[in-house]
Design a protein around this ligand. Sequence first.
Ligand SMILES: CC(C)=CCC/C(C)=C/CC/C(C)=C/CC/C(C)=C/COC[C@H](O)COP(=O)(O)O
Ligand SMILES: CC(C)=CCC/C(C)=C/CC/C(C)=C/CC/C(C)=C/COP(=O)(O)OP(=O)(O)O
Ligand SMILES: [Mg+2]
Length: 293
Amino acid sequence: MIEKVKAYGELFRVHNLLGTALGVLAGALLVGTELNLQVIVAIASAVSIAAAGYAINDYFDVEIDRINKPERPLPSGRISPQAAYNSALLLFVIGSLLPLVVGPITTAFAIANAVLMYHYSKTLKRKGFIGNLTVAFSTSATIFYGALAVLEKLGKLDEIFYIIPVVVLTFTLTLAREVVKGIEDYYGDKENSVKTLAVLMGPKKAALAALLLTVSCIPLIALSYMWTRLGTIFLALTSTGALLSIFSIVKVLRSNDPISEAAKARRITKIAMFLGIMAILLDRLLSLAFFRY
Ligand SMILES: CC(C)=CCC/C(C)=C/CC/C(C)=C/CC/C(C)=C/COC[C@H](O)COP(=O)(O)O
Ligand SMILES: CC(C)=CCC/C(C)=C/CC/C(C)=C/CC/C(C)=C/COP(=O)(O)OP(=O)(O)O
Ligand SMILES: [Mg+2]
């Protein structure tokens, strides 16, 4: 029984689900001041859809994972492909029905993301850069979703525009990271004709594209600071994350072995993403604790 629970925890990538939950909470705190029912529902809904997204990903990736990741739950035989598929469908439905208690727009957004996650793993991922755009969109959608749930319930949807710079910032950093992951996976993607930027323009030019995306995060951080309730902690942590990412991608650009260097940049940019989440959460929670704002 314990082994089965552990296997499903690996299938749903529980460690990443924490990031998704924090992403939704961050979005909610950008426009609201409390952890109320709609925030809890939005978190549960997004986590359910993300878990389904990871399960359906392993279902469609099972043959690739038999070679690259044989220890994963499906190729190792600990969970059957049909069980993974059924659990994904159930979680997609749960995640899409939960926001009905919030409102129709939040529900429609959840359903759209559920459909997108299914098609990412079924087809979009193998199209290369389109797959990168999808992951960047669904990652930034977690922040948008938290704010949407709060504002739809309050009847203040017009205020959603104030968080657009933060959503674009999240999208941009995540896209840069997905391009870096494409450099790391260059040889396998090239063999399987996956049209990532690294395959289409070569690892070095792809690294330059990732660098330009990451540098563009700097003005987006400034815009986010000016347009929202975010303050100094947000500026400090996101600027640190941006600089760490820029330096790691410059090293890929200058390296004689960009593929190996990209593996390090992938880890650094994931740290930057969590710095980004903590930047919003710490800034807002301290602001609420000391200034009730
Ligand atoms: C410049 C800078 C630091 C900007 C910060 C932007 C920001 C607020 C980012 C937040 C990103 C976010 C919402 C993260 C939570 C969700 C999460 C943990 C995503 C990680 O990516 C999941 C990915 O599919 C798995 O990656 P891998 O580990 O490579 O398999
Ligand atoms: C906003 C709402 C309602 C839902 C969005 C909630 C989601 C889906 C959040 C997660 C976003 C995210 C980071 C999705 C990643 C998609 C995914 C399955 C990535 C892993 O796929 P691969 O590209 O095969 O990489 P692996 O090698 O790790 O399997
Ligand atoms: Mg996969």
